[in-house]
Ligand binder design. Structure first.
Ligand SMILES: Nc1ncnc2c1ncn2[C@@H]1O[C@H](COP(=O)(O)OP(=O)(O)OP(=O)(O)O)[C@@H](O)[C@H]1O
Ligand SMILES: Cc1cn([C@H]2C[C@H](O)[C@@H](COP(=O)(O)O)O2)c(=O)[nH]c1=O
Length: 205
């Protein structure tokens, strides 16, 4: 089963993902951008470049995703493992959808749909996506504005895109109020995961 954690920068995904590692010791924990390949290194280089071309950046993130799929996700799913990924394809749909729209780099009507379509022929959709919902102000404050994505105005567009994704696939997404205290957020995530794992044949926490 493939479970992904999504949300704005600073929404608390990594905090939750790290706590889950104690509860699910047999699961495969992974992330995007990857931090163990040259594709991931290239993505982090682009994140640090304020003048990066938005279309080139989409394909850097997508190359990293393709490698992540073949190297980590597909083998783990074939082995029947529970896979928990801190960010995955929805980050591309929300973030690059917003960046491309702002840069006017592409002659398409709907930038989010374009990014979804790029993934469609090769990607594996998650079984469950836990969306940690925070307002852009809280997100930017918590994240500390350390990169070009962590600005309130940009995060507003990213959040609008996440809302579209939740509307498109209400059965895949579970929204959790991530402005709650960390313990309450973790409890809500654990409750969601336990319900999803019931009857899946995979072990509960
Ligand atoms: N529920 C919470 N309430 C208050 N602060 C939180 C909460 N969850 C996480 N934090 C704090 O917010 C900061 C960002 O958290 P974290 O790194 O988990 O977010 P993230 O979503 O993974 O961010 P990014 O996408 O930028 O990596 C950290 O300092 C963390 O301790
Ligand atoms: C996977 C992915 C990520 N991003 C953005 C979101 C963050 O600002 C950075 C790095 O992610 P991290 O969780 O803070 O390490 O990259 C993106 O724009 N598109 C993506 O596909």
């Amino acid at each position: 089963m493939l479970v992904t954690l999504e949300g704005l920068d600073g929404s608390g995904k990594t905090t939750v993902w790290e706590a889950l590692q104690e509860r699910y010791p047999d699961a495969v924990f992974t992330r995007e951008p990857t931090n163990d390949s040259w594709y991931g290194d290239a993505v982090y280089r682009s994140i640090r470049d304020d003048d990066a071309d938005s279309l080139a950046e989409l394909f850097l993130y997508t190359a990293d995703h393709a490698d992540h799929l073949s190297r980590v996700i597909e083998p783990a799913l074939e082995a029947g493992d529970l896979v928990l990924s801190d960010r995955y394809s929805d980050s591309r749909f929300a973030y690059q959808g917003a960046t491309l729209e702002a840069s006017d780099r592409l002659a398409v009507d709907d930038h989010l749909e374009y990014v979804v379509d790029v993934h469609e022929p090769f990607s594996i959709p998650p079984d469950l996506t836990i969306y940690l919902d925070v307002d852009p102000e809280t997100a930017a404050e918590r994240a500390g504005a350390t990169n070009k994505f962590e600005r309130v105005d940009y995060l507003e567009s990213v959040r609008d895109n996440y809302e579209r994704l939740l509307e498109r696939e209400p059965d895949r997404f579970v929204r959790i109020d991530a402005t709650q205290e960390p313990d309450a957020v973790l409890e809500a995530v654990l409750g969601t995961l336990e319900s999803a794992l019931e009857g899946s044949g995979l072990e509960s926490a």
